[in-house]
Design a protein around this ligand. Structure first.
Ligand code: FMN
Length: 329
């Protein structure tokens, strides 16, 4: 490491006591113990959704394994809505194991904020607009993740060039930019916009550690930003995926009957659950096995990724590129 690859100090990195304000974003089916600990051991902070483990007991074992593999902070993502019946049990594990940072998606994070704060953990909440960001700020979260257009997973609709500075006009807690970042130069751009950190997902799919098939990793390398489309067929809300033959065949919209059932107040809840289960199954199958039904979630950053690397090298490259850009080399 040269002098130029030193720590990047922001409010976020100081709050978490880490060297680099970079979160390896929690990714359904992708993040595992090895990816999380490799990222955290290299000065950034690794994350995983609790639902990546099939039961709360397996999630607990995974957290314990991560703690044996790294002494540095790491992140767990909890999905806070009715589609996730495990949220309370998984939160209890976060409390028991004193998980250093929790990221919440959807729902009302009030209880999570209170309980995680009780042991000194930090809570950041996924947001895509000002209204929800203000709500979670008022509830006492430690920061927000600005999920922007171009992101993998459930991308927000607003460009990072706008969402970050816009949030900064009213949001006083740290803002983390998520969406499209795959290089150190972009991290610098994010910090210039006012972000206190970045959250990176897609770049970490093309790592040695990521728990997905070689085909999925190759698809990340082969894909261009033009290949990323938003489909409602996974969860009912737009999710970014690579436009494979299967995606082209099935289309991006829900069927007429499904749309109707989602509008009806009695059937809405069940349809959401049904869509989530069907979508998850398709993702699961495509992530780990060879199938023609390829549903591979990824963001527009695919255009800047051309190699599968160990996660430690990805972090080192990001830092090196950041300092090169910063020093105008
Ligand atoms: C395959 C995949 C799965 C994801 N799963 C989750 C998840 O379970 N929970 C979550 O909060 N974010 C999830 N995300 C979003 C990431 O944590 C991160 O915010 C996003 O990937 C950032 O955009 P980028 O992919 O352009 O770097 C997922 C993203 C991808 C690509």
């Amino acid at each position: 490491m040269s002098k130029n690859d030193g720590p990047i100090k922001t409010e976020f990195s100081k709050m978490l006591e880490i060297d680099y304000p970079i979160i390896a974003g929690p990714m359904f089916l992708v993040s595992n113990e090895d990816l999380v600990s490799a990222v955290s051991n290299n000065g950034a902070i690794g994350g995983a959704p609790s639902l990546n483990w099939r039961t709360t007991e397996l999630f607990k074992a995974a957290v314990q394994k991560i703690k044996t593999q790294t002494k540095k902070p790491f992140v767990v993502n909890l999905i806070v809505n009715k589609v996730n019946p495990r949220v309370d049990a998984d939160l209890d594990i976060c409390i028991e194991e004193k998980v250093p940072m929790v990221i919440t998606s959807l729902g009302n994070p009030k209880t999570i904020i209170e309980k995680v704060h009780s042991y000194g953990g930090k809570v950041f909440c996924d947001v895509t607009d000002m209204k929800y960001a203000q709500k979670v700020q008022d509830l006492g979260c430690d920061g927000v993740i600005a999920v922007c257009s171009g992101a993998g997973g459930h991308a927000g609709p607003i460009s990072p060039l706008v969402l970050v500075p816009y949030l900064k006009t009213k949001i006083k807690v740290p803002v983390v930019l998520a969406g499209g970042i795959a290089t150190g130069r972009q991290i610098l751009a994010g910090l210039v916009l006012g972000a206190d950190a970045v959250q990176i997902g897609t770049r970490f799919i093309a790592t040695k550690e990521a728990g997905v098939s070689a085909e999925y990793k190759k698809a990340i390398i082969d894909a261009n930003p033009e290949d990323i489309v938003l489909t409602k067929r996974i969860s009912g809300t737009p999710a970014a995926v690579i436009k494979t033959q299967y995606i082209e065949k099935t289309g991006l919209e829900l069927g007429f009957v499904e749309k109707l059932l989602l509008k009806n107040s009695t059937t809405k809840k069940y349809m959401k659950l049904f869509r989530a289960v069907v979508g998850q199954k398709a993702l699961e199958k495509a992530a780990q096995t060879t199938t023609w039904k390829n549903v591979w979630s990824a963001g527009q950053g695919v255009g800047l990724i051309d190699e599968v690397l160990p996660a430690s090298t990805v972090v080192k490259n990001l830092i090196h590129e950041y300092w090169e850009a910063k020093n105008g080399i």
